[in-house]
Write a protein that binds this ligand. Sequence first.
Ligand SMILES: Nc1ncnc2c1ncn2[C@@H]1O[C@H](COP(=O)(O)OP(=O)(O)OP(=O)(O)O)[C@@H](O)[C@H]1O
Ligand SMILES: [Mg+2]
Length: 345
Amino acid sequence: MFKNFFGLFSKDIGLDLGTTNIRVYIKGKGLVINEPTVVAINLRNEQIISIGSNALKMVGKSPSHISVVRPLSNGIITDFEVTEKMLKSIFDKVHRDAFTLVPRPKVVTAIPLEVTEVEKKSLEDAVLQAGAREVSLVERPVAAAIGVRLPIQESIGNLIVELGGGLSEVAVISLDGIVAHKSLKIGGESLNKNIVNYVRDKFGVLIGEQTAEELKIKIGSAHGNKNQEMKIKGRDLSKGLPREVIINESQVREAMMPLLKAIIEGIHETIENTPPELVADIYERGIILSGGGAQLPGLDKLIRKKIDIPVIVNDDPVTAVIRGTGLILEDFENLKQVFIPSARE
Ligand SMILES: Nc1ncnc2c1ncn2[C@@H]1O[C@H](COP(=O)(O)OP(=O)(O)OP(=O)(O)O)[C@@H](O)[C@H]1O
Ligand SMILES: [Mg+2]
């Protein structure tokens, strides 16, 4: 009785705590937060100064008493305290916007595949200590598949590839569960690192990861060639002084290619581990790409060329996971079968 009463008024929350971006959904309201997973903290009083894009602007530019932290790495919480503070400040805000008597929220949170029990528990603890009254876990590719409205409840093979900033996760889903999967610690951030290393080795110039990100977004592609180029500035490693170099599209691609190949190898392996009946479905229905990395031009074509199965990039790939958690909240009784067991017993 009390539980139902609470459910009626509480602002239940969907959470996608990503390596690069954090997204929050409120039941009945939709996506309310979509910000970089970056927190600026005043070390003098341990208080949060800002979260998200405002904190991101401070990276590398803050005085010594301000620490700018990215609390996740490859999908895993690496700074528990900061994560908890960040979530608390977000939940408090959601709470303040509601009636004062509203109970603490129930939270559905997406979690990477292949996490250890300790990593799983640390995510659950962070969410609970930040003020949730209950937390349920859904694997990220499952949430993404729900978000892009694949028929995961049917006995049909659905292949989704979630390409994030810190992880690339491949999953074949049928009847509410994962049949075959692969989780790779490769993502947009490792692509950026590869670009930094490439420019260093080829030109003897050190660039920052933000510059590498700009190169990737502006002229990066996995297939095809528009012959685009971009002028960038870095530090000449032998002289120690600023130097300008021009990088072209095929160089950016060459830098990223080993990692793109590894992702495609991961898709290949997952298909190899999938029962034949479901593989037949995948041939027919195609491979679905979601996550920020799905926006890399030509990635669909490159995968198609190597694997010979149609590839479809979702229209709004970056919000696939959070939309999935939202759909679970809105249709809880029907979709709660997808939750995985807690690590808190
Ligand atoms: N047009 C683009 N081309 C290539 N990569 C892109 C593009 N747009 C965004 N990205 C990459 O997408 C990544 C962020 O994706 P997303 O927000 O899905 O990650 P995340 O959910 O925070 O991370 P994860 O799920 O791995 O923990 C960034 O690394 C960014 O560089
Ligand atoms: Mg993600």
